[in-house]
Ligand binder design. Structure first.
Ligand code: PLP
Length: 451
């Protein structure tokens, strides 16, 4: 009988992260200062990040040591299991082999603590007392709250107002781990008050919440900012996922032909795929697919150009596929996939055709999620379900073409705190929203022109 779960012992947690920047054919363009539009130096970033993370952000070193104290906390849930989806394969009657890495085993229920833990560690070591950050549906905020509690750091979270009101459970989790949570836009910061002046009923957005958190960090000397996706050091930390997976595939005597991940900012996809991408750059034949919602089609419909990371234009300009930083996404359920752009690393690799992209509507996504739950058991996060929809299409294509491919995806998190989304789907209340091209054009027309 073939194995269902391929497990590693604690001793096999990777001791180093893998830095894709050592191997990319083209490095991403440098971040630019929001005022001068010149490349930012370490000094520009030191107001909100500790030097160790700034160094990782620009490092070209292939392997970077994981600190002992971070490994100790990783061992609370790592290594995570690699599953063979036998029952899903049977359901789809596919000759393909389907595997998934299950990141829902972390205390916060997603891959995000892989980076919140080292971020808290480096900030603590730099003498920082408090972290200010933003969260959409609450996954990143809860990962940061967890990390703060592990290292004795205060955590202040600006949570997108619509989620704060509609999704209380992750807020309660954050408060249980000791964090303070403000609905964003809030009256706590200047940018928050400005957003509220413009629209007192603003539902908030990730871009607005980032503006508030960055302002909070920049105006308090004992406080730094932390970002849960997009930046190079975040994707670096997430490579523990792919590095473990490579060992697990060796045990299984297999290797993926197609790697699929949902893509919000790109951290779970990057973390899963970069260690394999190393082999692809060195000639291995393999596809890597980023899956996004049709309601926030950053890679499939965005433009590759410099844009701000936040709505107020406080952050450096990054070279990304973007829908425009004032993009206000519709209230779709995959909260973690609503960012207006993607990680510069993912964008450059997409530009260089080392990564592909696909977009799915909500109904297809929840169809896939429910089929997965009824075959494999785990109820996936709505974000993750985007990857699952693409996996199922790929597996059905294998059946039609009689191909026995190995398909591998990241089960980035469980959906047990997202059951309202499932309730809406099961009662037929979900619709498919395609973000209109005119609105993307409108938003992009307002971007700064560089060069
Ligand atoms: C945040 C989140 C995502 C999206 O973020 P990425 O940076 O693209 O990984 C995906 N899945 C889950 C479960 C999340 O919490």
């Amino acid at each position: 009988m073939q194995e269902t779960r391929i497990l590693l012992s604690e001793k096999e947690i990777p001791k180093q992260w893998y830095n894709i920047m050592a191997d990319m054919p083209n490095l991403p363009q440098p971040p630019l200062h929001p005022g001068t539009k010149q490349p930012v130096g370490p000094a520009d970033l030191s107001a909100i990040f500790p030097m160790a993370l700034i160094e990782q952000e620009v490092s070209a070193q292939r392997w970077i040591d994981i600190p002992e104290d971070v490994l100790k906390i990783y061992s609370l849930w790592r290594p995570s299991p690699l599953h063979r989806a036998h029952r899903l394969e049977e359901l789809l009657k596919t000759p393909a082999k389907i595997y998934y890495k299950y990141e829902g085993v972390s205390p916060a229920g997603s891959h995000k603590p892989n980076t919140s833990i080292p971020q808290a560690y480096y900030n603590k070591k730099a003498g920082i007392k408090r972290i200010a950050t933003e969260t959409g549906a609450g996954q990143w905020g809860s990962a940061m709250a967890l990390a703060g509690s592990m290292f004795g750091l205060e955590v202040t979270v600006y949570m997108v107002r619509v989620s704060y009101n509609q999704k209380p459970y992750r807020r309660i989790a954050m408060e249980t781990w000791g964090a303070t949570v403000h609905p964003s836009p809030s009256t706590v910061t200047n940018s928050g008050r400005k957003f509220l002046e413009a629209d007192p009923d603003s539902p908030g957005s990730l871009g607005m919440a980032i503006s508030e958190a960055v302002e909070d960090a920049a105006t308090h000397s004992d406080t730094n900012y932390a970002l849960g996706s997009v930046l190079n050091h975040v994707l670096l930390h997430q490579t523990v996922i792919g590095l473990e997976s490579k060992k697990q595939f060796e045990i299984a005597g297999d290797y993926p032909d197609v790697i699929i991940g949902c893509c919000g900012g790109g951290s779970n996809l990057g973390g899963l795929s970069f260690p394999f991408l190393h082999d692809k750059i060195n000639g291995k034949d393999m596809r890597i697919v980023a899956v996004e919602p049709t309601s926030c089609p950053t890679l499939t419909k965005g433009e590759f150009r410099y844009d701000f990371g936040d709505t107020a234009g406080l952050t450096p300009l990054l070279m990304m596929y973007t829908l425009g930083h004032d993009f206000i996404p519709p209230g779709i359920h995959a909260g973690g996939l609503r960012y207006h752009a993607d990680a510069p690393l993912i964008c450059q690799l997409y530009k260089d055709k080392l990564i592909e992209a696909a977009a799915y509507g909500q109904t297809a996504v929840f169809d896939a999620a429910v089929k997965f739950a009824r075959s494999e058991g785990i109820i996936p996060a709505p974000e993750t379900a985007h990857a699952i929809a693409a996996v199922m299409d790929e597996a059905v294509k294998c059946r039609e073409e009689g191909k026995k491919k190995t398909i591998f995806f990241n089960l980035s998190g469980h959906g047990y705190l997202d059951l309202t989304a499932y309730a809406d789907y099961l009662s037929g209340k979900l619709d498919d929203y395609v973000y209109p091209d005119e609105k993307i054009k409108e938003s992009l027309a307002k971007l700064p022109v560089i060069g």
